[in-house]
Design a protein around this ligand. Structure first.
Ligand code: SF4
Ligand code: SF4
Length: 370
């Protein structure tokens, strides 16, 4: 078997299957184990207990699929056209939803395409063990992507590509054949610290280290409890995820709009008026979010996030009415509604200087079509 020829073919097949970049690496992540352990010991994973439960397995792909010797790492761009970053963030009556979540859930699509890639390789070799992974699996996908040459790990901990920025999903195909590996990319962050200084909640506690407990993405998506008050104003109108550290990253000037229509903004999120979204009952939420990653947080968490954004919006009798009408539905939600009502009454101008700065930067012209 000529593995070099096979590796070349894998890259072509990957592109045909909708991946913008494909790289191959070995499975030695030992240099990341101490870092991962420290991150867990510091409690930076918050309540994502599965991360601690899987422990070092995340750094040892062969424990997931015995016999694994290589990982094929892939990138799929998701930046939707007309993403309206600046106008959504700047309007406190509108909800800001992380750009990756505006369209269909990516997990199934990326996993299916990875599976097809595995099937294609299988046709070329006499025997192949393979398994696809997408996000949330117990695997260190970013260090693997870095090793495979898909980009470098930025100070915000995401993978960045010189020609494509960071608006992309990652996926991995574990295989048990000794394909030739690719060169890792060099780190091009240099002296830039834009993501660190722009983070609304100071969640990037060191270069490449995010304390998830402070991160708006974690708080709005992964965390289902009472959001600490210290973060609520800084959350502004971000109701599902946060893109600030990517928005300010200079390399995202080079990001291309996705070729995948599934990732375009869905119609039901075309109007992001906070009150209208808050007025969705559970059946409407489940219906409108069918096929979306947002559906997984559930209706109560959705309302919780919106309640905080409504507390941060300028005073409006319509907001006060909508919040009041929701009281009594759920105890945890009530705590956020009561806070939001108090904020509404105080009419405190909440646009933080950090947010104003971010909006100025974004308005200077970040990614095309944004
Ligand atoms: S996603 Fe938002 S809150 Fe989280 S690290 Fe990036 S800028 Fe900070
Ligand atoms: S904003 Fe600057 S420091 Fe942060 S990831 Fe981008 S280039 Fe690196």
């Amino acid at each position: 078997m000529n593995y070099q020829q096979l590796a070349d073919k894998i890259k072509i097949w990957g592109q045909e299957l909708g991946f913008q970049k494909v790289g191959i690496c070995d499975i030695d992540l030992s240099e990341h184990e101490a870092q991962l352990q420290k991150w867990l010991d510091d409690g930076f994973h918050g309540e994502m207990d599965w991360m601690a439960r899987h422990g070092m397995m995340r750094a040892r792909p062969a424990e997931l699929l015995p016999g694994t010797v290589r990982v094929i790492s892939v990138r799929m761009d998701y930046l939707p056209p007309q993403a309206q970053f600046a106008s959504n963030l700047a309007d406190p009556t509108q909800a800001y939803i992380s750009r990756y979540a505006l369209g269909r859930d990516y997990h199934k699509l990326v996993r299916n395409q990875l599976k097809k890639l595995g099937q294609k390789i299988e046709q070329e070799v006499s025997q192949l063990g393979y398994r696809p992974f997408v996000d949330s699996a117990p695997i260190l996908e970013r260090p693997l992507a870095e090793k495979a040459g898909l980009g470098w790990s930025g100070k915000h901990s995401l993978i960045l590509d010189k020609d494509a920025g960071s608006w992309f999903f990652l996926g991995e195909l574990l295989v048990d054949i000794p394909l030739p590996v690719d060169e890792p990319s060099s780190n091009e962050c240099g002296k830039c610290k834009a993501c660190i200084t722009s983070c609304p909640t100071n969640a990037i506690v060191a270069d490449g280290v995010v304390d998830a407990r402070r991160c708006i993405s974690y708080l709005t998506i992964e965390y289902d409890g009472v959001i600490p008050e210290e973060f609520r104003r800084a959350m502004g109108n971000r109701i599902y995820g946060c893109d600030d550290c990517q928005l300010v990253c200079p390399w995202n000037r080079f990001a291309a709009v996705t070729q995948q229509p599934d990732f375009h903004r869905r119609e039901t999120l075309g109007n992001a008026d906070l009150v209208e979204l808050f007025e969705w009952d559970e059946a409407t939420f489940l219906h409108n979010m069918q096929g979306s990653a947002i559906r997984r947080i559930g209706h109560i968490q959705w309302l919780r996030n919106l309640a905080i954004a409504m507390g941060n919006a300028p005073y409006s009798p319509r907001i006060v009415q909508a919040l009041t009408d929701r009281l009594g539905l759920n105890e945890m939600l009530d705590q956020h509604i009561v806070w939001a009502l108090a904020e509404q009454q105080q009419q405190i101008p909440h646009t933080s200087t950090q947010t104003e700065r971010l909006i100025r930067i974004v308005q200077k012209g970040l990614p095309r079509d944004a």
